[in-house]
Design a protein around this ligand. Structure first.
Ligand code: IPM
Ligand code: MN
Length: 370
């Protein structure tokens, strides 16, 4: 059995480095307690990479990512780089690493911890026990489709163009991930598109149905228009188990689902590639929240989404399910003991800084390990 894993850490911009620091504390603690060794290398992405290398993702960084067992990412973006030419913007670094590693399946769990029920903008009974897994296609669709650009028209006005396109194989491989996940959960998949107005949506619906019919007949599949799904998420979110959808709808629906759980600061994500002949897959783990420039450098950011992203890394890349559960349970315990960062509703007397929250989770993990 392997007991060494190579982890590339890309803290990025804004609160990225602050929250990543806490995830690294957790990784060190898990390594110590489990005996599994994490060889950690750090590099830059986004604006920080532009400042250092003149590009939001340098080739040498990409090569490190390609030879790692997993990548942990903080966040990218910030006002400082807003005026850069489009190709050099921090976000392009993130899109490039997703594309180059072929991380086509983005798993975004929206899980409402019991102690967070009151922090949701919905009524407690609507979110108590909520456990949704959004599977967002991540390397296709309108984010990458050609043609794209801004054209000059003869009359002097301009035209902005982006293209939504999906192929059979792009849809089938992400559908399989969603069905596999549903097998280990409640066995329900909802596929979302706009097949009422888009041809790519018609193909999406047909291909998801094909995979269902031929490979996963035991799973319940339903189809829903993406706008209806947005509405159903706030009307009755517990009707969902696994949602599978395209890159753009997934971006939007996952932000919406995240907020149902009380704070965007709580939501982790895993981006996965295909399993190779050695049983390994490329993977990247990052919080769903962004770089939050307004609070960066203040030491108040909530590190939980990044800590939970590391827990996903333990599960999906290192086969350390037991350790992953311990991290998740420890976060739950710390929250239910009333500890919080400023974005959460909890006991005001137990208000913690970013690093105090990390320390609190570490001490809880130590108690849970035997
Ligand atoms: C996300 C983000 C990114 C996206 C941005 C930063 C490029 O919003 O991961 O959800 O749109 O995919
Ligand atoms: Mn987003």
């Amino acid at each position: 059995m392997t007991n060494t894993y190579k982890l590339l850490v890309l803290p990025g911009d804004g609160i990225g480095p602050e929250v990543m620091n806490e995830a690294l504390k957790i990784s060190q603690c898990i390594s110590e307690l489990s005996g599994v060794n994490f060889v950690i290398e750090e590099d830059e992405i986004g604006g920080a990479a532009y400042d250092k290398y003149g590009t939001p993702l340098a080739d040498e960084t990409l090569n490190k990512a390609l030879s790692s067992d997993a990548v942990m990412l903080g966040a990218v973006g910030g006002q400082k780089w807003d005026d850069l030419e489009f190709k050099l913007r921090p976000e392009q670094g993130l899109l490039k690493i997703r594309k180059e590693l072929d991380l086509f399946a983005n798993l975004r769990p929206a899980l409402c911890f019991e102690s967070m029920v009151e922090a949701s903008s919905l009524k407690p009974e609507l979110v108590s026990g909520l456990d949704i897994m959004i599977v967002r296609e991540l390397t296709g669709g309108i984010y990458f489709g050609q043609p794209r650009g801004i054209e000059q028209l003869p009359d002097g006005s301009r035209k902005g163009i982006n293209t939504q396109s999906y192929t059979t194989s792009e849809i089938r491989r992400v559908a399989r991930i969603a069905f596999e996940l549903a097998k280990k959960r409640s066995g329900n998949v909802t596929s979302c598109e706009k097949s009422n107005v888009m041809e790519s949506g018609i193909l999406w619906r047909e291909e998801v149905s094909y995979i269902h019919e031929n490979e996963f007949k035991d799973i319940n599949l339903s189809h829903m228009y993406a706008d209806n799904c947005a509405m159903q998420l706030v009307r009755n979110p517990k009707q969902f188990d696994v949602i599978v959808t395209d890159n753009l709808f997934g971006d939007i629906l996952s932000d919406e689902a995240a907020m149902l759980t009380g704070s965007l600061g709580m939501l982790p994500s895993a981006s996965l590639g295909e399993i190779d002949s050695k049983g390994m897959r490329k993977s990247l783990y990052e919080p769903v929240h962004g770089s939050a420039p307004d609070i960066s450098g203040k030491g108040i950011a909530n590190p939980i989404a990044t800590v939970l992203s590391f827990a996903m890394c333990l599960k999906y890349s290192f086969n350390m399910d037991a350790e992953s559960d311990i991290v998740n349970n420890s976060v739950n315990k710390v929250l239910s003991d009333g500890y919080k960062t400023v974005d959460l509703i909890g006991d005001d007397k137990k208000n913690l800084s970013t690093s105090e929250m990390g320390d609190q989770i570490v001490s809880e993990i130590r108690k849970n390990f035997n």
